[in-house]
Design a protein around this ligand. Structure first.
Ligand code: ARG
Length: 295
């Protein structure tokens, strides 16, 4: 796996990842559940498929494993598999979608987890999976304010027995945590023998003041992303610890990543942005169970 070292940036190591994705065969924007969606504006499903395929191919090229879930007709948002669950150590916490339009996706994801050997936990509380829960080192960062209910943060703590840090989102454009914050290398502390602190990047203005303070205290070395990069979904990215796949429009973030020793790679998902989703939204990390392994 590739590594890089510069005079100032630490060594970054790419890790094997296993992801769940869903081909956008039924992608369109037929309802509006976030500010990005404009049902009156035409969408191009073929273009969505083409762009999505580039992301899929890049993951494979980087040596990652990608599992696929069958897209359901009538569920155009199913391509955003990040909302399909939250998975750690072979245990999958199933979503309970906030909006009725997506509720029918949850049983399909639950069934997929069961069929693929995951310990599948059905939720009591409204939550939208890895859209609002991000594993940063040993800690779960949990978003609320628009979709996942505060009570799901308690539930996710009970399910995984890990510390959960609640972060409140305040800008409707950044309605899921993964639109405002990205984890760059969740296991950095263990490997480098340093403090157990994951590197993250985030858009401060997407959070309320209390959450901004928590983030500043816990992650003093975080990359703070500029508003213009946040506004093009720059933070909706996927990292393997070295390669970070981002939107080609997030120019400033690309530079910041390079300065820190990461290898930014760009994939344009402009068509899927019409549904209010980007790279991370189309990617659910499968941690643990069967074929998982670090490289
Ligand atoms: N149209 C979808 C929704 O509003 C987009 C979901 C984006 N997913 C994400 N993980 N941010 O639910």
């Amino acid at each position: 796996m590739p590594e890089t070292t510069t005079a100032t940036a630490p060594t970054r190591v790419a890790h094997h990842r296993r992801y769940l994705m869903c081909r956008p065969e039924h992608f369109t924007v037929s309802y509006k559940i976030n500010p990005w969606m404009e049902p009156a504006k035409p969408t191009d499903t073929a273009k969505a498929l083409e762009q999505w395929q580039k992301l899929y191919d890049l993951y494979i090229e980087l040596g990652h494993e990608v599992e696929l879930i069958e897209p359901l007709a009538g569920y155009p948002d199913m391509v955003y598999t990040a909302n399909g669950g939250f998975v750690i150590d072979g245990r999958a916490y199933v979503p309970e979608f906030y909006f009725e339009q997506r509720q029918g996706e949850a049983p399909a994801f639950a069934e997929w987890f069961r069929a693929n050997g995951f310990d599948t936990v059905l939720p009591q509380e409204v939550n939208e999976g890895e859209g609002d829960f991000l594993l940063a080192g040993d800690v779960i960062l949990a978003g609320t304010g628009f979709r996942s209910a505060g009570d799901s943060h308690r539930e996710v703590h009970e399910v995984f027995g890990r510390e959960v840090v609640t972060l409140t989102l305040v800008d409707p454009r950044f309605y899921h945590l993964d639109t405002a914050l990205t984890v760059l290398d969740p296991v950095v502390g263990h490997e480098n023998g340093g403090p157990e602190r994951a590197n993250i990047a985030y858009l401060p203005g997407a959070f309320d003041e209390a959450s901004q303070r928590i983030l500043a205290e816990r992650f003093p070395d975080a990359i703070l992303v500029a508003d213009e990069d946040g506004a093009v979904f720059g933070l909706n990215s996927a990292s393997d610890g070295y390669n970070v796949i981002i939107s080609p429009r997030a120019k400033g973030f690309e530079k910041q990543l390079r300065e820190r020793g990461y290898n930014p790679l760009t994939v344009d998902l402009s068509e899927l942005l019409l549904g209010g989703g980007g790279i991370k939204c189309c990617t659910l990390e499968l941690r643990g169970a069967k074929t998982d392994g670090e490289s």
